[in-house]
Design a protein. Structure first.
Length: 113
């Protein structure tokens, strides 16, 4: 049974940075595509970034050049480095395993002065 646990969210000022982590268990992590979604207040959940088992990445247009997804297969962890944060990045961020369609519980990111 795949389990995902996110961490690293918090309150940050506009222009600041945060790094989210997602610790995975219960799967052969190295062969799974992983991703980060977010859901802002009153908005639908949207895909922010995705990384394949081979390390290929893709991003939503709204975060390109600011966010970076990466993975550490030795530690079964996927990261989302978020730079130049904007108030519109405020959302609950969820980690996702695309093979099992499993989600974490989410971590809140609030960008505000």
């Amino acid at each position: 049974q795949v389990q995902l646990v996110e961490s690293g969210g918090g309150l940050v000022q506009p222009g600041g940075s945060l790094r989210l982590s997602c610790a995975a268990s219960g799967s052969i992590f190295s062969i799974d595509a992983m991703g980060w979604y977010r859901q802002g207040p009153g908005k639908q959940r949207e895909l922010v970034a995705r990384i394949t088992s081979g390390g290929s990445t893709s991003y939503a247009e709204s975060v390109k050049g600011r966010f970076t997804i990466s993975r550490d297969n030795a530690n079964n962890t996927v990261y989302l480095q978020m730079n130049s944060l904007k108030p519109e990045d405020t959302a609950v961020y969820y980690c996702c395993n695309f093979r099992s369609l499993t989600w974490g519980q989410g971590t809140q990111v609030t960008v505000s002065s």
